[in-house]
Design a protein around this ligand. Structure first.
Ligand code: URP
Ligand code: ZN
Ligand code: ZN
Length: 467
């Protein structure tokens, strides 16, 4: 097991910063202090002039996910290697049972797929269908397998969407088990209606994607979901908040005392809906994800919500496809596989736009990229902290180094990037994952199977009112 001494940096957590050295030993943070001794031949990592922070925790990824007649381009190895190159050391991915499939069986399939991950990973379960068997299997999923969060879809009619009565039953079951329900909140009936209307009017291009998913669909579904959670007295996590009306619905419920946690994605803070009007199909389709990118004016609302704590985590919804895969929808926008990449990009984008942009302190950056997700999903302080005894998931971040994001240089397994040409002042220089030096100044040393499965106990901090 590697012994690594990170020397001379400024340690930053979600609560403060200090100049100190940090020793990684046997996969854990073994010591934090001044002038630590490297006796016994530790590898020395010089962090002079750099920030030393917890590795990123990405609470929302989709590796190797079968979707819309294809499979996501990143598998658990390539996707987690890319994550490590971008400073993320933990992902929480979604198990997706087929309709009627036992969720326990689906978990076994995902466990096998994820065994090649190079960083640690845990799972949420998608409630892709509802029935007695699903409800029954939730108990062993939570209590024996550590799958303590379940995502419900209010969108994707005739595929994943559940009616309100199933959402109510599912949220109630989560409450019994201490599991955290999550929602993809868009009104699937309205979207299906608008898709049909647009296609019948001859709108087949990617522009139809954003026209068929107006922000009102997200605002309505978010209000519906948070209302259910509030009345059922269960916490709720709202994934990928993009619309101002959705953030308002969350803020309103929070103000009434409901335990609602909101997540947004870096893309929603910087990319707007004009991308769907690009005459190049590959560019417009490359941005197709749900919810879609929104009017530019919403970005200020989302930043404010991140500053106010209405939104408290950032994920990527990493779900990347190649240009060729996106062409499955060349003559019908509803056939474009939904999703974009970003697991490798999140920290750079959040630092540059957030910290350099004067919107976030470095401490808030840590909260939004690792600590809060670790707390919400009950991995704290093992993840998202720099406490002695925590997993040695640590990044060295040089605030002066410039990094240019591009499909040509990324490790994500696709030929497209929504961040093409984005320049960050500030870059991840080293990534330690579980005490292994997996990214060393441009040298990606990802090892297949180096990651471990993270079971998570129920009744986490959100249930306890600590988040
Ligand atoms: O477009 C997206 N977000 N694709 C991934 C599936 C989902 O909705 O989370
Ligand atoms: Zn979603
Ligand atoms: Zn997703």
């Amino acid at each position: 097991m590697e012994k690594i001494l990170i020397r001379g940096g400024t340690l930053v957590t979600d609560t403060g910063r200090r100049r100190a050295d940090l020793l990684c030993l046997e996969g854990r943070i073994a010591a934090v202090g001044d002038n630590l001794d490297a006796d016994g031949g530790a590898e020395i990592v010089d962090a002079g002039g750099c920030f030393v922070m917890p590795g990123g925790v990405d609470p929302h990824t989709h590796m190797q996910l079968p979707m819309m007649d294809t499979v996501v381009a990143d598998d658990f190895f390539t996707g987690t290697a890319a994550a490590a190159a971008g400073g993320t050391t933990t992902i929480l991915d979604f198990v997706g049972p087929d309709h009627g499939q036992s969720p326990l069986d689906a978990l076994a399939v995902w466990r096998e797929r994820a065994a090649k991950a190079t960083i640690d990973y845990g799972f949420h379960m998608t409630v892709s269908w509802w029935g007695e068997r699903f409800s029954l299997e939730m108990e062993p999923l939570v209590r024996e397998h550590g799958v303590a969060s379940f995502k419900f879809f209010l969108a994707y009619k005739n595929r994943l969407m559940l009616p309100d009565e199933d959402l109510i039953a599912g949220f109630s079951r989560c409450r019994e088990l201490g599991a955290l329900p999550q929602v993809h909140a868009e009104n699937g009936d309205l979207i299906a209606h608008l898709q049909h209307k647009l296609l019948s009017e001859g709108v087949t291009s990617p522009r139809g994607h954003v026209l068929s998913r107006p922000p009102q669909c997200e605002a309505e579904a978010t209000l519906r979901a948070v209302t259910m959670a509030e009345l059922l007295d269960v916490p709720l996590y709202v994934v990928h908040v993009s619309a101002a009306g959705a953030a308002e619905a969350i803020a309103g419920a929070q103000a009434r005392g409901a335990k609602i946690v909101g997540e947004t994605l870096p893309g929603f803070l910087a990319i707007d809906e004009s991308v769907y009007a690009d005459p190049d199909f590959d560019i417009a389709a490359g941005h197709v994800m749900s919810p879609p990118y929104r009017p530019k004016a919403y970005q200020a609302v989302l930043w404010q919500a991140l500053q106010d704590g209405v939104l408290s985590t950032t994920g990527t919804d990493h779900c990347c496809f190649t240009r060729a895969q996106k062409r499955l929808g060349q003559i019908d926008f509803t056939k474009i596989p939904n999703g974009c990449g970003g697991v490798e990009d999140r920290l750079h984008v959040m630092w540059h736009l957030g910290v350099n942009g004067g919107r976030l302190t470095p401490e808030r950056f840590v909260a939004l990229t690792s600590a809060n997700a670790a707390k919400v999903f009950n991995l704290w302080p093992r993840k998202g902290s720099l406490e002695v005894g925590a997993d040695a998931d640590v990044i060295v971040f040089d605030p002066h180094r410039t990094k240019r994001l591009s499909a040509a240089t990324q490790h994500q397994n696709t030929d497209f990037s929504v961040w093409e040409g984005f320049e960050s002042i500030g870059a991840v220089v080293h990534t330690m994952a579980g005490g292994r030096h997996v990214f060393a100044d441009g040298d990606l040393r990802a090892e297949r199977g180096g990651g471990r499965y993270l079971p998570r106990p129920p009744f986490g901090p959100v249930y306890q009112g600590l988040m």
